[in-house]
Design a protein around this ligand. Structure first.
Ligand SMILES: Cc1ncc(COP(=O)(O)O)c(C=O)c1O
Length: 374
């Protein structure tokens, strides 16, 4: 269906941005209204398109963590940076390295898309891929051990440690300010969780003005973050095989786990209907935000953070042969998620919702929260 353009093109075009340095192009990302097929006409959600950053959402913490470490004196001028990343923070750190003048090593695993490995190398980063998962902590623990080796043998090297670094969380204050300026009122925020950085940072900053804001977390099946047992995961970006300290468990009203076939369905529908799409976390977040738009009262203002764009997923999410090989095609998600009362009551393998959110390691029992009324 072709919609008439409501206004002549360019009627409200913003002034062109002229940057002197690439880091000045990070932030001020646009918001796009998403409705069908995720929600019926008249209902929908606002997608914050973080893929409009040069690298993706992690340009923000990449720049902020490096800047803060330099300011504190933890990172000396020109000293090496080393970090574990599935890709997006690697791109952000490559930008920070170029901006502030540091060599950077990105430790990753064989699941990193070859296009991202090549892009990181082109941007000047060294990529070090571990070859075997840790017996208990999976690929992420193996990567962390490799980072520790780098730190031991490289004098002056600094690890941004995105899983535990409060600067990762603080980096998202501007994103929250942008949303407030763009939308004014927000009732529900839907965010993917990997390190926990953007869900914690955006929510904390928004709640200063919007104390009733409801945060819905989106995780991958097979991820340990919200108390499920670790299992091999196809989806990258969201989910974890460790327990990141940056996850603000007390901030979440509920969590949804999404399976890869469901995320693929959502990514492809987004691309077809709205042009703007992305990878695993974008598909998973869109699926959940669409459900919120269908089931919460009319007029609820919903924001979903889309962390990146589709390009790095052309050989996975958007590749029919790859998806067929992994049995990801032709499975339309059900209209409603399954429900479990407690995160650990059963092992979830498809879209499932839980209204109890707590730290599976019990690190801060005061943060235990119950889902409020819908
Ligand atoms: C594409 C993508 N989506 C979502 C996330 C999760 O974001 P966070 O680490 O802020 O929880 C990440 C984290 O690396 C990511 O790369």
């Amino acid at each position: 269906m072709h919609l008439p353009l409501l206004e002549p093109l360019g009627a409200h075009a913003p002034l062109p941005v002229i940057a002197r340095r690439p880091a000045q192009l990070v932030g001020n990302t646009p918001v796009l209204w998403i409705d069908e097929p995720f929600a019926p006409p008249g209902r929908g959600f606002y997608a914050k398109l973080e893929g409009a950053n040069l690298g993706g959402i992690k340009d923000r913490p990449g720049l902020h963590m490096v800047c803060a470490a330099r300011r504190r004196g933890d990172l000396a001028p020109g000293a090496p940076i080393v970090e574990s990343s599935s890709g997006t923070l690697g791109l952000g750190l490559a930008l920070a390295a170029l901006t502030y003048g540091h060599p950077v090593t990105v430790v990753t695993d064989p699941g990193m898309e070859p296009s991202v490995v090549r892009l990181l190398a082109a941007l000047g980063a060294r990529v070090d891929q571990v070859t075997a998962p840790h017996p208990e902590g999976g690929w992420q623990e193996a990567r962390r051990e490799r980072v520790a080796e780098w730190l031991t043998r490289t004098p002056g090297a600094y690890c941004t440690d995105q899983y535990r670094n409060p600067d990762n969380v603080a980096a998202y204050r501007p994103l929250a300010a942008e949303l407030l300026a763009q939308l004014g009122r927000i009732d529900v925020l839907v965010a993917a969780v990997g390190t926990g950085g953007h869900s914690a940072g955006v929510t904390a900053a928004l709640r200063a003005s919007l104390p009733e804001l409801r945060l819905i977390g989106v995780d991958s099946v097979g991820s340990t973050i919200f108390g499920q047992p670790a299992a091999p995961r196809l989806m990258r970006g969201l989910g974890s095989s460790i327990h990141p300290e940056n996850v603000d468990y007390g901030a979440f009203a509920e969590v949804h786990w999404v399976a890869p076939a469901e995320a693929v369905w959502a990514c492809r529908r987004l691309a077809r209907r709205h042009y703007a799409s992305g990878g695993w976390s974008v598909g998973a977040v869109a699926l959940v935000a669409g459900w919120v738009a269908r089931t919460f009262p009319v007029g609820t203002r919903i924001v979903a953070v889309f962390p990146d764009g589709p390009h790095r997923y052309l050989e996975t999410v958007y590749n029919d042969a790859w998806c067929r090989e992994h049995r990801l095609l032709g499975r339309q998600p059900s209209e409603e998620p399954d429900e479990i009362a407690e995160p650990g009551t059963s092992v979830v393998t498809r879209w499932t919702r839980c209204g109890q959110v707590r730290d599976p390691l019990g690190r801060d029992l005061a943060k235990v929260t119950k889902a409020g009324p819908r």
